[in-house]
Design a protein around this ligand. Structure first.
Ligand code: CP
Ligand code: NVA
Length: 302
């Protein structure tokens, strides 16, 4: 794994290996391998972030490197300099790049033109770092994903949902996407996904039934703000609340990638009741991403 651009690119075994490494790094946080000693890693962000930015800045430091945060809007990128030129400039100066942006193609182009180890820190298509932390949390709380059923509720065609779809296809656990027809995964996307582990269900209660994990994300992803009113109206029946949770398996956990909008995709009551899991999930971003970097450094030294 020379770059980490999607869950799609990984095999099930590679995902398992990353989660095991993440657990190990969590256990031995104070003695992290110094695989980035003497290195500078650029964080290029074209969208807002709390968790991703902080976990990568801390993670790069814990691995011995120096993070350099760059707001895309303040770079020449924001005034139209092509990604492929920016990539070749940074390749002369830094040792790795972590990118949050809109088009998946931009992250792919950056990796190609820079030759630097490059990580997708969220695009419109995928949020692979999030899903690794989610799987780590699932393993901690439920012992793993084998035989488990996960329900993703809300915007079933967003980046987080798509990364979940790939995780299900690669690892074989059942995933139910609970979403109205306007926000179900696009047919063109689903036709590329192998296997039959993913089911789409328009009825929220039926989607949650028999699930061990009930997961949600914001209804209005970054870049979709002009659709806010319509989204909130159409997605209202998919809110995770106590009544909806009564359809899930006993002992089911609630997960949220955060930030959470209480009263929209989740109630305050359910959010607070599940806070232990949800904030473990946020913490696991740090450990999972450190695992990704360690694995990339290993692959590149071979
Ligand atoms: N979950 C997540 O990626 O959070 P941020 O947008 O705060 O980075
Ligand atoms: N789907 C959300 C994830 C935020 C972490 C977004 O893209 O805004």
């Amino acid at each position: 794994m020379k770059n980490f651009l999607s869950i799609q690119q990984l095999s099930g075994a590679a995902i398992e290996h990353l989660i095991t490494r993440a657990a190990d790094l969590k256990l031995n946080r104070k003695s992290s391998p110094q695989v980035l000693a003497g290195q500078t890693w650029a964080l290029i962000f074209n969208k807002s972030s709390t968790r991703t930015r902080v976990s990568f800045e801390v993670g790069v430091r814990e691995l011995g490197g120096s993070p350099m945060f760059l707001s895309g809007a303040e770079m020449q990128l924001g005034r139209g300099e092509p990604v492929k030129d920016t990539a070749r400039v940074l390749a002369r100066m830094v040792d790795g790049a972590i990118i949050r942006t809109f088009a998946q193609q931009d992250v792919e182009d950056f990796a190609q033109f820079s030759g630097l180890p490059t990580i997708n820190a969220l695009t419109d298509d995928e949020h692979p770092c999030q899903i690794l932390a989610d799987l780590q949390t699932m393993r901690e709380r439920l012992g793993g994903w084998k035989g488990k059923r996960v329900c993703f509720l809300g915007d079933g065609d967003c980046n987080v949902a798509r990364s979940w779809v790939w995780a299900s296809a690669r690892l074989g656990f059942e995933l139910v996407i609970g979403a109205p027809k306007e926000f179900q995964p696009a047919g063109s996307f689903m036709s590329a996904v192998p296997g039959s582990s993913v089911r789409v269900e328009a009825d929220a209660a039926r989607a949650v039934a028999g699930c061990d994990v009930v997961y949600t994300d914001v209804w209005v992803s970054m870049g979709k703000e002009t659709e806010s009113v319509e989204r909130i109206e159409v997605l209202r029946p998919y809110q995770i609340n106590k009544q909806l949770m009564s359809h899930a398996n006993p002992g089911a956990i609630v997960m949220h990638c955060l930030p959470a909008y209480r009263g929209k995709e989740i109630t305050d009551e359910v959010m607070e009741a599940g806070a232990d899991v949800i904030f473990d999930e946020a913490e696991n971003r740090l450990h999972a991403q450190k695992a990704v970097i360690v694995e990339m450094m290993r692959a590149r030294s071979e």
